[in-house]
Design a protein around this ligand. Structure first.
Ligand code: HEC
Ligand code: HEC
Ligand code: HEC
Ligand code: HEC
Length: 347
């Protein structure tokens, strides 16, 4: 497995899912199920997959959809914004005293808070294009200097080589392990592709996502424990709240809660201001919502009609469907054309 790492939101294992995901059992990417390989999207350069490669190419297979999408009301959304539904892997990352390679260290990474975050929060990248992201709290103890909060959402690569944003929350005292430096880690999500999200799941007053996790590290406690949190993003802020454990934490000898569960003392700190709302003018939204409902009805009917027809008609319908699902303005006319042809065929 190249580019492995199921704990991150966009590695090979998040494409394959199943036993390769953590927790296991994630629905694999639709492409994986169709036997499509990494390099079908990640075209390789002379030096292999690492050469060109962060970018992926969809055109060879979805050209009509790409074109329809590029002229739609959602042209400012990356395909993944609608088609990635769930994120797994790390949900909380804490650094504190512990054993690293058998030796005592002030910076043991307690990252095995494995879980599921859904649906992905949506954010704009450096160029203002919407993408799905995984948002999760980070804290490092044993920090000496005071660190100021970021002024706003920051990008590690302002020129856009990668799109991951972050936000430094600042340093805090909790009575152990010196200061704790907190930040909100945000990662662009790229796999797995699945069904498109519904209008209603995005067009709400607030974006709300939930994370549930289980602590799997073998330090700090001998048992595992479970918990979760909520992410809320709206026109004023992004907040991680309701952080809690839902089963008891039994601390092992030689460890303190502040070492590997420091978030217990920092619960409502992971917050930032900013506009994270999804805007659509009310009347326009209503109009498109109605339109998309009638498009869905038409497509369903045609789906039934084409089922037993020859390959050529099926292929034509598939193209129409792809376009109609991604551009409400083009849909009705194309559907009418298809129906007229259908009638002449029947005669
Ligand atoms: C259906 C197309 C598709 C397939 C197949 C696919 N990926 Fe991706 N992958 C993407 C897209 C799209 C991105 C996001 C690229 C971007 O926005 O820059 C991505 C991102 C990534 C990244 C992150 C790159 C970065 O910027 O850090 C890695 C690593 C990756 N894919 C590995 C894999 C591996 C390994 C496989 C096969 C097991 C695979 N991908 C299969 C579409 C695909
Ligand atoms: C080698 C061909 C190929 C490439 C390259 C490819 N796809 Fe696909 N894609 C498919 C096939 C086959 C399906 C199955 C459904 C279908 O037949 O349309 C599919 C399905 C999908 C779906 C439908 C998910 C659903 O269940 O509704 C999405 C979304 C999608 N692809 C996005 C992408 C994106 C984004 C890229 C580029 C990063 C990409 N694909 C690259 C062949 C490809
Ligand atoms: C605004 C949301 C949205 C965006 C953005 C979006 N899709 Fe979709 N897509 C949907 C919905 C909804 C469906 C229908 C439900 C399903 O099959 O997933 C769909 C279906 C599909 C299908 C399956 C079509 C079929 O024949 O059943 C493919 C392939 C696909 N999308 C590819 C893409 C690609 C490629 C992009 C980017 C160019 C993209 N989508 C962007 C919402 C979206
Ligand atoms: C994955 C989330 C998502 C889904 C699903 C989605 N939208 Fe949107 N929609 C957005 C975002 C984000 C914007 C803002 C686009 C921008 O900033 O350019 C938007 C914008 C709009 C707009 C305003 C466009 C404009 O030009 O003013 C309308 C209308 C709209 N959506 C209707 C719909 C309808 C109807 C559906 C279902 C068929 C839908 N949306 C599905 C995220 C979504």
């Amino acid at each position: 497995m190249c580019h492995s790492g199921a704990m991150h939101s966009r590695r090979g294992e998040t494409y394959i899912g199943g036993d390769y995901s953590i927790p296991t059992g994630m629905e694999p990417d639709v492409h994986y199920k169709k036997n499509i390989h990494c390099v079908d999207c990640h075209t390789t350069g002379e030096k292999g997959m690492g050469d060109k490669l962060r970018k992926a190419n969809c055109q060879s297979c979805h050209i009509e959809i790409e074109e329809a999408h590029a002229k739609s009301i959602h042209k400012n959304l990356d395909c993944a914004t609608c088609h990635v539904n769930e994120l797994r892997g790390y949900q909380v990352v804490i650094w504190g005293p512990g054993l690293v390679a058998g030796k005592e260290s002030p910076f043991k990474k307690y990252s095995l808070y494995y879980g599921i975050q859904s649906p992905p929060v949506l954010m704009k990248d450096q160029k203002g294009k919407w993408m799905p992201v995984k948002v999760f709290p980070h804290s490092v103890g044993n920090i000496k200097p005071e660190v100021k909060p970021s002024e706003r959402l920051m990008f590690r690569w302002p020129k856009g080589e990668a799109k991951d944003p972050y936000y430094i929350v600042g340093t805090f005292n909790i009575g152990a392990n010196d200061k704790h430096l907190l930040w909100i880690e945000i990662q662009q999500a790229s796999h797995p592709y699945g069904k498109g999200r519904s209008c209603e799941s995005c067009h709400k007053e607030k974006q709300i996502a939930t994370s549930t996790w289980e602590y799997m590290d073998d330090q700090g406690t001998e048992d595992t424990f479970k918990g979760g949190y909520k992410i809320t993003a709206d026109k004023n802020s992004l907040k991680i709240t309701d952080m809690k454990n839902t089963t008891p934490i039994k601390v092992s000898e030689g460890y303190k809660l502040e070492d590997f569960v420091s978030w217990l003392f920092l619960k409502d700190k992971w917050q930032m201001s900013g506009d994270f709302s999804i805007k659509a003018e009310k009347d326009k939204y209503k109009k498109y919502l109605m339109l998309s409902k009638s498009i869905d009805r038409e497509i369903k009917a045609l789906d039934n009609y084409t089922k037993n027809k020859d390959k050529k008609i099926q292929k034509r319908f598939k193209e129409l469907k792809g376009i109609a699902l991604h551009n409400e303005d083009m849909a009705m006319e194309l559907i009418q054309e298809f129906k007229i042809k259908k009638q002449t065929n029947q005669k």
